[in-house]
Design a protein around this ligand. Structure first.
Ligand code: SAH
Length: 360
C-alpha cells in the first residue's frame, strides 16, 4: 500500500466512500504524497511523454499561431502570455523562441504560469531562466490585459466525476474499501440528476458519463477575459466532443494500471470533453473554433516545412528520431487525431490560424 493509500483508507473508514474527483485531486496534488507534488513525471525516464517533450516543433508552431493572432489583433503593446500546467516549461521555452522572429512581440509579453506543484515550479524556473516569469495558483489569478494562453494536457489532469446510467437515474462511482482494506471503486444508489439532464438523449442503459467540474470554470474565466480584453486561448488534449465511457486511467512507467492500485505514484487522467469547454466559453461571451485535430492544426501552421528545415541539418539516428517525432505529433494513427484542439477568441476578431471555424 502506498503512503497515500493508507491515508485515504483511514479517511474513508471514518467518513465513508469518497467521490472520484476528490480521490483524483488527492492522488495528483496531495502536498506530501501527490503525484505532481513529488516528482518530475515527464520524458523517457518518467511515466509519460507529452507533445512538447517529443519535439521543439510543437511549441514553435503554437508560438507562431499566437504571433499571428497578436498581429491580427493590432499588436497590443502589453499582453499576458499564460500557460496553465506547464510541466517542464518546454512548451513556453519553444513558443517564446519562435516569437522572437516577430519584432516587438516578446517585449510586449508578460509571462504568467499556473502551476500547483512546487517541484515542477522549480524545474520551470530553471528551464525559463532569462525570462521574467510569475507563478499563480489558479487561472482566475491571472492579471488583467489581453490574454494569450496555451494549455497542453492541463484539462485532462483536472479531477472528474463518473456516473453510470440506470434507467432515468445515475449512480455515481465512488472510492470505498474492500474486505482486505484496499481501495476499491463502488457505486452510489441511482438518483435522477439535473446535472446530466442533457445526456438522457444520447446515452443508453449502463453507459458511463464523465464530468470535469473544473473544466468549464477554467474556460469561463479565460473566455470572459478574452471577450472583454482580447487575445486567444488554445486548449490541446486527448479527448472528444462529448464524454462517453470510462476514460479514467493511470500510467506508471509508461504502462497502464488500475487508477486505484498505487495512489500518488501513478499519473491519473481522463479524456477531455470539449463541448463543455466550448459551451462555457460562449456563455462568457467569446467565440469558439470547431474542435480541430492536433495533426491538422500543426500541418496548417506549417510543421512540415519546419520539419524539412530541421531535417536538412540532421543525419543518422538523429534524423530518424526527428522524422518519427514529426509523425508522432501529426499522424492520424498517432497523436494527430487522438489529440484535439479548441481556440477561444473574441467574437470581433478573426478565427485564429490553423483552426476550423465553428459550424454556426
Ligand atoms: N503542459 C505540460 C504538462 C502537462 S501535465 C506538457 O505538455 O508537457 C499537467 C500539468 O498540470 C503539470 O504541470 C501539473 O503539475 C499541472 N497541474 C495539474 N493540476 C493542476 C491544477 N489543479 N492547478 C495547476 N496546475 C495543475
Amino acid at each position: 500500500m502506498t503512503p497515500l493509500a493508507a491515508i485515504l483508507a483511514r479517511k474513508i473508514a471514518t467518513e465513508g466512500p469518497m467521490r472520484l474527483d476528490h480521490y483524483m485531486a488527492e492522488c495528483l496534488l496531495h502536498p506530501a504524497h501527490g503525484y505532481y507534488a513529488t516528482r518530475d513525471p515527464f520524458g523517457a525516464a518518467g511515466d509519460f511523454i507529452t507533445a512538447p517533450e517529443i519535439s521543439q516543433m510543437f511549441g514553435e508552431m503554437l508560438g507562431l499561431c499566437l504571433a499571428q493572432v497578436w498581429v491580427d489583433q493590432g499588436r497590443p503593446a502589453r499582453f499576458i502570455l499564460a500557460e496553465p500546467g506547464p510541466g517542464r516549461g518546454t512548451l513556453m521555452a519553444d513558443m517564446t523562441r519562435a516569437m522572437r522572429a516577430v519584432p516587438g512581440m516578446l517585449e510586449a509579453a508578460e509571462i504568467h504560469l499556473v502551476e500547483a506543484s512546487a517541484t515542477l515550479r522549480g524545474i520551470q524556473r530553471d528551464r525559463l531562466a532569462g525570462l521574467d516569469v510569475t507563478w499563480h495558483e489558479s487561472v482566475e489569478e491571472l492579471p488583467e490585459g489581453p490574454l494569450y494562453l496555451v494549455a497542453n494536457e492541463f484539462i485532462d489532469a483536472l479531477p472528474i466525476r463518473q456516473f453510470e446510467r440506470h434507467g432515468n437515474a445515475w449512480a455515481e462511482r465512488q472510492v470505498g474499501l474492500g474486505p482486505d482494506g484496499a481501495l476499491v471503486p463502488g457505486l452510489t444508489a441511482p438518483l435522477p440528476l439535473a446535472l446530466l439532464r442533457d445526456r438522457m438523449a444520447d446515452t443508453a442503459e449502463g453507459d458511463v458519463v464523465e464530468i470535469c467540474p473544473g473544466a468549464p470554470s477554467v474556460a469561463s474565466a479565460v473566455a470572459g477575459r478574452i471577450a472583454a480584453q482580447g487575445g486567444v486561448a488554445i486548449f490541446i488534449d486527448y479527448g472528444n466532443w462529448r464524454s462517453l465511457g470510462d476514460t479514467f486511467q493511470a500510467l506508471r512507467a509508461h504502462k497502464p494500471e488500475s487508477p486505484f492500485a498505487n495512489p500518488g505514484e501513478a499519473d491519473l487522467t481522463a479524456h477531455v470533453a470539449f463541448a463543455p469547454l466550448a459551451h462555457a466559453a460562449r456563455e462568457a461571451g467569446a467565440a469558439v473554433s470547431a474542435m480541430t485535430p492536433q495533426g491538422v492544426l500543426l500541418e496548417r501552421l506549417g510543421i512540415t516545412a519546419r520539419a524539412q528545415g530541421l531535417a536538412s541539418k540532421l543525419s543518422g539516428a538523429a534524423l530518424e528520431s526527428h522524422i518519427a517525432a514529426h509523425r508522432r505529433l501529426t499522424h492520424p494513427e498517432e497523436m494527430g487525431h487522438l489529440f484535439q484542439t479548441l481556440a477561444i477568441y473574441p467574437a470581433t476578431a478573426p478565427l485564429p490560424p490553423g483552426f476550423d471555424g465553428a459550424a454556426d
